[in-house]
Ligand binder design. Structure first.
Ligand code: EPZ
Length: 435
């Protein structure tokens, strides 16, 4: 199993580049199921979740070329024939976002068999709202032997109101609606940029969608969709993670190839802690810090609020800020797996249910720590960058699911970080994961 060895103390300086958004690429790859023609996606990040999605689509009979046309960040997917519309448990257990094939499979093939994702490190992660929406659109759903089977000869447009805001629920049902008969109105939708990204691809494929990025999305069903070529947006969570890296190491870091408009809540919070932020260009954010940071509270909310996917990273920063930062996690019930590991490095954090009180500045000392989920891993990397000494991070495969070549990118701006092990070695022990 791969490990990172990180020696803390270096301020990060220079320019670090952001890859395409994993959480856009996953629904966009699933959208290729909706057409018999080729869908080519650019700016795909080279991360393990994308490899998992490629295996999933290939297992259903799709042809997926990763790195087609010489670019490692381009993929062309052809779902001309889907011989086996089943998302098998062996794959789904390693990536719960596999449930994103549910809606497109029912819309395209009239049938979908998807292993129930089960819970993961950060929470129960049910998909009841995905199921409820499909039933309202006329699908019949059966659950047996850990699988969900959805059938519909032709989905019908419906008026859906989400009981809770769900990102992949919005995406799954949007993909079901584009080929349904008639109009679908979806209310209380997720407004995340990844939803907007997916809607832009579907529109390029011939779908008729209004309101993506707002709480209400209207879809006029069409009889078929054609192929398209589309460029995925930059990853706002990777960008936010790098901004925190610049602040926590008292560096001067320019985060390039990002979209500052998607980072407004994170940028505002970092400025509140005393970091200096500038915008050298339309797709770049520069962060400077003298290491003197002030405590600031966060409460995770759906977009455009402070993202839950940045909570663990922000908590690492809060350990270095003067005063008490109150961190409230409102989206997931168990997203504090990083806390005990940060405490082992010397952080002063008190937990009370979904609230953490982080008192700083605390001098962090290097330690051997264990990664538990994707964003907790990022939090431990950030803490190790400022800890005194050499930290060893185990199970970094969690990190590799959502961050492309992060050790090379961080080394490029002055971090002392090495990977021990082989990035793509097969893992028998990979546990159920969180995105
Ligand atoms: C997406 O997960 C992201 N994953 C997550 O990113 C992100 O943390 C999350 O949205 C919230 O922003 C992908 O896009 C692949 P939700 P998703 O449905 O869609 C409850 C990462 O780190 N809920 O918006 O699974 C759910 O339990 C990952 O990249 C239901 O109750 O999250 C949660 O409490 C982690 N029933 C809340 O809604 C449902 O049917 C929000 O979940 C669906 C969700």
């Amino acid at each position: 199993m791969d490990k990172f060895v990180i020696r803390g103390g270096n301020p990060l300086r220079g320019t670090i580049r952001v890859s395409g958004a994993k959480n856009s690429a996953l629904p966009c790859m699933a959208a290729a199921i909706l057409t018999e023609e080729d869908v080519t996606l650019e700016n795909i990040p080279q991360v393990r979740d994308i490899e998992t999605e490629r295996k999933l689509l290939a297992s259903m009979g799709a042809s997926v070329q990763l790195g087609s046309g010489g670019s490692a960040h381009r993929t062309t997917i052809s779902c001309r024939s889907l011989s086996d519309p089943v998302a098998k448990y062996e794959i789904v257990k390693t990536m719960r976002a596999s449930s994103l094939v549910l809606g497109p499979l029912v819309a395209r093939a009239g049938i979908a068999r998807v292993a129930m994702p089960g819970g993961c490190a950060i929470g129960g992660r049910p998909i009841d709202l995905h199921i409820k929406g499909l039933e309202q659109m006329g699908a019949t759903i059966q659950q047996a032997h850990g699988y969900l089977e959805a059938r519909a000869s032709k989905l019908k447009g419906a008026h859906l109101v989400f009981d809770k805001i769900t990102v992949t629920g919005t995406e799954d049902l949007l993909m079901a609606a584009v080929l349904a008969e008639g109009e679908t109105v979806m209310e209380n939708c997720a407004r995340e940029p990844e939803v907007t990204d997916l809607a832009a691809l579907l529109t390029a494929m011939g779908a008729k969608i209004d309101g993506a990025g707002t709480s209400t999305i209207r879809v006029q069903g069409v009889s078929s969709l054609h192929g398209a070529r589309y460029r995925i947006h930059p990853d706002r969570i990777e960008a936010g993670t790098f901004l925190v890296a610049g602040a926590i190491t008292a560096g001067d870091l320019t985060v390039a190839d990002c979209n500052p408009q998607h980072l407004r809540a994170v940028i505002a919070k970092l400025e509140e802690t005393g970091a200096q932020i500038d915008f050298p260009g339309p797709d770049a954010v520069r962060i400077r810090s003298n290491g003197k940071l002030r405590a600031a509270d966060i409460s995770t909310e759906e977009y455009p609020g402070f993202p839950t996917d940045m909570q663990a990273q922000y908590m690492a920063l809060a350990t270095q800020a003067e005063g008490v930062s109150v961190v409230k996690e409102n989206i997931f019930e168990n997203r504090f797996m990083h806390v005990q590991e940060l405490v082992r490095m010397g952080a002063n954090i008190k937990l009370d249910g979904r609230t953490a009180a982080v008192r700083g500045p605390a001098k962090l000392s290097a330690a051997a720590v264990m990664c538990s989920d994707l964003r907790a891993s990022a939090s431990l990397v950030l803490a190790a960058l400022v800890a005194d000494g050499e930290s060893i991070l185990d199970r970094v495969y969690h990190m590799d699911r959502g961050y492309e070549r992060i050790e090379e990118k961080l080394r490029g701006v002055g971090a002392e970080i090495q990977r021990i092990g082989n990035l793509f070695a097969p893992r028998a022990d990979e546990v159920v994961t969180d995105s």
